[in-house]
Design a protein around this ligand. Structure first.
Ligand code: ADP
Ligand code: MG
Length: 288
């Protein structure tokens, strides 16, 4: 029977002291707390409900820093719900809440009252299924969040625009039309613009919910290649219903079914030699 005490099992020497006093916002320590392979996000016995409808049941998993973790499973199994828990996007839905368990990032429970949600969402960025650039120029799409945060230095903003667009493998395609509308780009370019916008604020973690499902195969391949590059700098959690994509881009894969985590392991193991017969049936295409 899991209890509160079990959560201390996950504590490491680095974060054990961070429960009291709470750091209000999760941060990367200067000494490189988010080194590759270290657990960055801890999902600890989470139950989640929309009103009276329980959607997630006792989900526990630890997500490693600077890796790509994929959530797979049939439609409606709770992948997007869990993803949205990680930056509290579900707060925006009436009656939606975690009813048991906790989510910690850098050892800090993100639901503690003193956590600044705006700051949390800066640290934990998100890219959606349907690209959603603002109806603004390419340049303004990227600087929007920074300007809201009060940045006015034009030289610095120019630098960040270039760095973010290069980071999203889009710079060469748009450098001559930075002041034209982001909506004039192709679907794949728009999605990479949204990725550029997400990385402009230097998050620790990027959540991606089926980021390629509206894209053609060539645009999909570009975004997949980009994900591969981005994990050198960011921790990425991706929801995908495309199993080949999960197999191609992720280091670890979590398979969900009916709101429960069925199996979580290195991606190759999940696809080549899963331990659970339900995972086996799903990855071999027998249901879903
Ligand atoms: P997936 O991303 O795996 O397809 P979701 O997390 O979107 O699954 O959905 C899990 C369950 O929660 C489904 O039964 C879905 O109908 C329900 N659900 C999702 N979003 C909402 C919402 N905003 N309000 C109520 N129920 C929801
Ligand atoms: Mg979904």
């Amino acid at each position: 029977m899991p209890d509160q005490a079990s959560s201390s099992r996950h504590a490491t020497a680095e974060n054990a002291g961070s429960e009291t006093p709470a750091r209000p916002t999760p941060r990367t320590d200067a000494d490189g707390e988010a080194a590759a392979g270290r657990s960055l996000i801890e999902i600890d016995h989470v139950d989640f409900s929309y009103g009276s409808n329980q959607t997630l049941h006792d989900v526990s998993l630890e997500i490693e820093a600077k890796k790509v973790t994929a959530f797979i499973g049939p439609s409606g199994c709770g992948k997007s719900t869990l993803l949205r828990c990680l930056n509290r996007m579900n707060d925006l839905i009436d009656g939606a809440r975690i009813t048991r368990g906790a989510i910690r990032i850098h050892g800090v429970d993100i639901h503690r009252p003193e956590v600044d949600v705006i700051e949390l969402r800066k640290r934990v960025g998100m890219v959606f299924q349907k690209s959603n650039p603002f109806p603004k120029s390419i340049y303004d799409n990227i600087t929007y969040g920074l300007r809201i945060a009060g940045m006015r230095d034009k030289v610095k903003l120019d630098e960040i625009v270039e760095k973010s667009l290069r980071g999203a493998a889009l710079w060469d395609e748009v450098k001559d039309r930075l002041h034209q509308s982001g909506l004039g780009l192709s679907g794949g370019q728009q999605q990479r613009l949204c990725i550029a916008r997400a990385i402009a604020v230097e998050p620790d973690i990027i959540l991606m919910d089926e980021p390629c499902s509206a894209l053609d195969p060539i645009a999909t391949a570009k975004v997949e290649e980009l994900i591969h590059d981005l994990k050198r700098r960011f921790t990425i959690v991706i929801v995908t219903h495309n199993m080949q994509q999960a197999a191609r881009v992720s280091d670890r894969t979590a398979f969900f079914y009916l709101g429960r985590l069925i199996e979580y392991d290195v991606t190759q193991k999940i696809f080549m030699n899963p331990s659970n017969p339900q995972t086996e049936a799903y990855v071999s295409g027998r249901f879903g």
